[in-house]
Design a protein around this ligand. Structure first.
Ligand SMILES: [Zn+2]
Length: 92
């Protein structure tokens, strides 16, 4: 694991983690996950725009390269009566 780089997880594992994070944070009504991946060319940290979807490939926002997403991370956005919060996968 490179310094300062968040470790990503294999697809099956990260999907399970995301599902449990949604359940723990109020269910799909309140919590959404956005999956993230590293661009294989420039190393940019990219986030899918579509919530709760881990696509097979993603386009890098920096260089435009299409990366096959074998490993991913995610963030959780929670909106409830306490307001809007963002958690990383490590906090979720
Ligand atoms: Zn890139």
């Amino acid at each position: 694991m490179a310094e300062g780089k968040i470790k990503d997880f294999p697809r099956d594992m990260v999907i399970e983690m995301a599902e449990s994070a949604i359940e723990k944070n109020g269910g799909p009504e309140k919590a959404k996950v956005f999956f993230k991946f590293y661009c294989e060319v420039c190393g940019g940290r990219c986030t899918f725009n579509e919530p709760n979807e881990l696509f097979e490939t993603g386009i890098c926002y920096k260089c435009g390269h299409e990366t096959v997403v074998n490993e991913a991370g995610f963030m959780v956005i929670i909106e409830d009566r306490n307001g809007r919060r963002t958690l990383t996968e490590a906090e979720a």
